[in-house]
Write a protein that binds this ligand. Sequence first.
Ligand SMILES: [Zn+2]
Length: 382
Amino acid sequence: MTGTAASQLTVTPGPVELRPTVKALPAQSRAHNRALVLTTLFHVGPQSRADLARSTGLTRVTISELIAQLVEEGMVQDHGMQPEGRIGKPGSPLGLVPGAGNIIAVDLANTTTAHGAVFNLTGQTIAKRSLPMVGATGQVAQRVVYSLLDELLPLCPGRVTGIGVASPGVVGADGVVLTAPNFAWTNLPLGQQIAERYDVPSHVGNDANLAARAEFTFGNAGSQGMMIVTVGRGLGAGILLDGVLLQGPDFAAGEIGHVTAIDDGPKCGCGRRGCLETVLSLPPIETAMAQNDRDQRLAEIGTTAARVLAPIVSAFNLRELVFASSAGPLPKPLLDAIAAAVMQRVLPTNAANLIVRNTNLGREAVLLGASALVLREEVGIG
Ligand SMILES: [Zn+2]
């Protein structure tokens, strides 16, 4: 908790790369190498110095220097280290210390309840809290976020690495919520205001983009071609392509909830008719589940939604279409219908390797995504 709040904000223009690239400018190389070592330990697990050199492509000397510093910082544990602090056997495994930092994550995607959690660096939950925010807008909604953070901060057992917030709506790369109609937020510098209030590095991202990040960092998703669709009161999507989280020039990539799925369909909150989220979101799913012919109704939802989803699968050559919802996994008849209809609507080349599935991160996909954002921006683990 040192340094000025302003300097703790990270401005990242353009697309965000999820893996450190192999080449970097000399001035950046130390930070880059450090991130590479931490990311490797995070994803692969404990390794010896020799294994780390092999898997990162860095020299043994560089690895030894970096590890010495990371051990001193408490980020990495040398499992061969003697109690009196002597270096252990050269082949002894090194591992990330999960408790070296705590990340506070807040999920505002389900606009009726603000969910929060404290995670350690490997995504294990330390504490959870939630607060109601039904109908809260403007500063009232912001105060709910602060109340939740007030509750969560004292629950961190050690150093606070950062705060991550998942917001619905369109979020700029510098933590400014450009527009979140549900909370009546426009151009709200939420990241900066949280950083200043708590003197902790703070980051804000769109909920669906963060769910995509979570799938990559904590789930099993590859980053070559994946779209995660978040299904709540509304619908959003985050797209990972060739290792990059697509954001677009207006930070609105993946805003597919208001693409027309049915001409002259049901009225949408945006004022138009037949948007995808009037078809595929929790209210119509809950209505279908309550009917006697529920499987048939759910299949119809899936078939209709596929009209919007299939062109995206083709346009980006997606390998994975993943669904996440705060209400739990999508029912099987719905998921099966989406898969069948999408496959029917795309070229066999696009369908051959496509997997349609629910997230394996459960209801916490977005919360974990907010944590993954902090992990990337503050620790360099992507
Ligand atoms: Zn709409």
